[in-house]
Design a binder for this molecule. Structure first.
Ligand code: ASP
Ligand code: MG
Length: 416
């Protein structure tokens, strides 16, 4: 017997028939003798609609009321799934975030989970009742409903898994696992059997949409074994009944026997490039630029300072998330006198492509291969950043697919 968390995303609960299908997946695990907690998202499209209504009512709105509104999507799906399970003769009840409670900080709209007391859930699980838990929501210190940021139900699932000491957290989604890169762009992308927490964290934060970044962070900290798998597999397919899980396991790197140097390529269109022309080339200038951005909680990713020709002036280029560009421009403009730049340029027509692999720690030449491959295709690199297990470049958006495909081939990742 195992204790499982099963998480289903919006497309998996998009209508009543799919909710019934989810119930069949759950029943299969219950029939096999496992204790099951299920975490669900809202029906696909629902949260977008709720967000849109909030914005339509007032562009600048009370974040506490925003949370009251957008958390309702999950209230519907937990109730429906509990009923669907009961219809199949499975004992189940719904749980909202505040009922458990899932305690968060007070950052409405982007709250972080601080504590979950799993005792009440465990008691019910041991009695054989399935817990159907609303993802994405919690209870703030102000005793009001909070939400965890878009895509947050992945994080709910991992946090619940940690709180009830689950043996595994299965993330059922509309893809059947984690791929070497986006299969919609590269037909020869391969599904990975296993990927380490560190690599998955880079993949998610560099643009792969399969898991919310924070959920991977949390899984890594609490060593929760995460299995990404398809919710569209028939719940009673013979291989699934036999306990075979044809997805991707996110786990400790020690568990991965066949290490690849590069395990994946991610890309993100969410970048905006800012260039400051002719800033003084002297100590303290970088602090004057990036200090105010940090104080405004704007996340700067890539930074390059060009060499100065005359020793007096230089150009500074950096990237921020597109959603933060307007605020970043505002902050920089307000600090213009202090920084002392001549002009500011911005560019949204960029994409960040990253190659990721823990094998980079012990192999050299990964970055060189990347640069050579892009050069062969005539693609200009506008900025570079690296970490121990990642190399990212910023290129013009129109080359993104060409670059991802060429790199996938260059690192020998194409499926036969
Ligand atoms: N329903 C929420 C959203 O759409 C949470 C989630 O799906 O993970 O962002
Ligand atoms: Mg999701």
């Amino acid at each position: 017997m195992a204790r499982l968390v099963m998480k289903f995303g919006g497309t998996s609960v998009a209508d009543i028939e799919r909710i019934r299908n989810v119930a069949r997946h759950v029943k299969r695990e219950v029939d096999a003798g496992h204790q099951v907690a299920v975490v669900v998202s809202a029906m696909s499209g629902t949260t977008n609609q709720l967000v849109a209504w909030t914005r339509e009512t007032a562009k600048l709105h009370d974040a506490r009321e925003y949370d009251t509104i957008v958390a309702t999507g999950e209230q519907v799906t937990v109730g429906l799934l509990a009923i669907a399970l009961q219809e199949m003769g499975v004992s189940a009840r719904s749980w909202l975030g505040w009922q458990i409670p899932i305690l968060t900080d007070g950052a409405h709209g982007a709250a972080r989970i601080q504590e979950i007391d799993g005792a009440g859930l465990i008691e019910r699980l041991e009695e054989g009742q399935v817990a159907v838990i609303a993802g994405f929501q919690g209870l703030g210190p102000d005793q009001r409903i909070t939400t965890l940021g878009r895509g947050g139900s992945d994080t709910s699932a991992v946090a619940i898994a940690a709180a009830i000491q689950a043996d595994r957290c299965d993330i059922y989604t509309d893809v059947d696992g984690v791929y070497t890169t986006d299969p919609r762009i590269v037909a020869k992308a391969r599904k990975l059997d296993k990927i380490s927490y560190e690599e998955m964290l880079e993949m998610a934060s560099q643009g792969a949409k399969v898991l919310q970044t924070r959920s991977v962070e949390l899984a890594m900290v609490h060593r929760v074994r995460l299995q990404v798998r398809s919710s569209f597999d028939a719940p009673d397919a013979p291989h699934i009944l036999a306990g075979e899980i044809p997805g991707t396991l996110v786990c400790d790197e020690e568990e991965i026997v066949e290490q690849q140097v590069v395990s994946g390529i991610a890309y993100s269109r969410d970048e905006a490039k800012v260039t400051l022309l002719n800033v003084a080339d002297r100590p303290g200038i970088a602090a004057r630029i990036f200090g105010p951005l940090a104080n405004s909680s704007i996340n700067v990713d890539m930074i390059i300072q060009n060499v100065s020709d005359d020793g007096k002036y230089t150009h500074m280029t950096f990237t921020v998330p597109q959603a933060e560009l307007a605020r970043a421009e505002d902050v920089i403009r307000k600090a213009k006198d202090e920084i002392g730049y001549e002009d500011m340029g911005t560019d949204l027509n960029v994409v960040k492509v990253s190659v990721i692999g823990i094998g980079m720690r012990s192999h050299c030449g990964v970055a060189a291969t990347m640069f050579e491959t892009l050069a062969e295709k005539g693609i200009n690199i506008q900025a570079i950043t690296t970490s121990e297990i990642k190399v990212s470049v910023l290129i013009a958006a129109e080359y993104s697919e060409l670059a991802v495909r060429a790199l996938h081939t260059a690192y020998g990742m194409d499926a036969e």
